[in-house]
Design a protein around this ligand. Sequence first.
Ligand code: GLC
Length: 476
Amino acid sequence: MKQYLPNPVNELMKASYTGQLSRRDVMKRGGALGLSATVMGTILASHNAAAQDASPEASPAAAQPAGWSIVVPEGLPDLAGATISAMLEPDGPLAAFDQASCDMFAEATGATVNYIMGPPTDRLVVMQQTMAAESSDIDVAMIDVIWPGIFAAHAVDLSDQVGEVEFFERIQENNTVDGMLVGLPYFTDAGLLYYRTDLLEKYGFEGPPTTWQELTDMATTIVEGEAAANTAFTGFTFQGGAYEGLTCNALEWQYSNGGGSIIEPDGTVSMNNDQAKAALELAASWVGTISPEAVTGYMEEDARAVWQGGNAAFMRNWPYAYSLSAASDSVIRDVFAITQLPMGDGEGATHAATLGGWQMFVSRYSENQDAAKAFAKYMVSPELQKARAIERAALPTIGSLYEDEDILAANPYFETLFDVFESGSVARPSTPTADLYGEASLEYFSAVSEILTGSAEVDSRVEDLAASLEDIMADV
Ligand code: GLC
């Protein structure tokens, strides 16, 4: 039942992401398809050169138990004869869980559910194209927390599906556009710092770093000490590729240094300031020192592969990496911990975690809206959220689940970081940019990428970026 959108770009993305094709072949095929440099850049950013020789620890999806802890909620409707297609997680460590969720819904309702794996890159573009064509190929989709403004015009209002469930207010508000609930909150996300407890101890550090400068210094010491025995060893791994993940990482660097949130909630472009520039400058200094040069192409799974292979002292990633790092087949399972990300030391410095997360969206072009709505509601139900929290460390969007003993046993840090998860994270500027968020983020991560790779100088590049963001805001 697994299927990708029958689209040559998706196929190429998949081949690149899974390492089925060499970089050269990906470029050749992209050229033949006439893809733009930007699209090719994003596809290549996800290229998994290590796929063929990846250790089993780096991709434990296949090793997951078949049973999962999914409990099917009661009272699902009879949907015999209905067929829906749901675009969910990409191929990777979360796919098996999504497949099981679809299968169990199908079994309980009689509906046929096609699981379409989301493309790992350019998912937004694929969704935009599908919706612009008013295509019924996708009935339900996971949409990113930054997309409600983009897809409001194509959505079915889901306010009548909320029922008794008390979702986090902030996310429900985020997902409401002109009074319409564009997505049901499925799971939330926040950037976290993963660190190696054994290495901190070995080098005499008492605890994880609280500032980015401390992280830089600690990583430098650890890399110096480890490099002789392990040439693959690196200090800090993060999402430095030119894609949405870099927007999330860089927002954390600059916001935590008192450098604002790119475009403020009232629409003011605040990008051009010294604290943001200083934060980007420090990040650029990591590339090729405490981080590998290749980090400028890393997405989540690339960063995790290095970390999970035991080859990094620190990693910035989302909570999903916790369950995988702690899995029984993980080489680092007993020697890591997580905490909040470090902060800067500029004026107004504060810890910052970018708000991430995914929502269930139903397309107004769906020819099976009732089944699609029932599926969306099922996916965000407390039962499914609980299973996903236990199995995949997904952060629930329902407050009471943070008191659930089984969830806390699997994820003890859910308790200590509750405030961050509930309301304390920093939002990307998707509300003020509305349906132009994609353009604004593209401008931002492209500029940051040029700064990281050293092809642009911070001051002038940030000034140009601020000017482009002003232009975008003039069109909102
Ligand atoms: C995670 C977050 C999402 C974010 C993405 C960036 O999936 O949940 O909000 O946009 O990472 O790569």
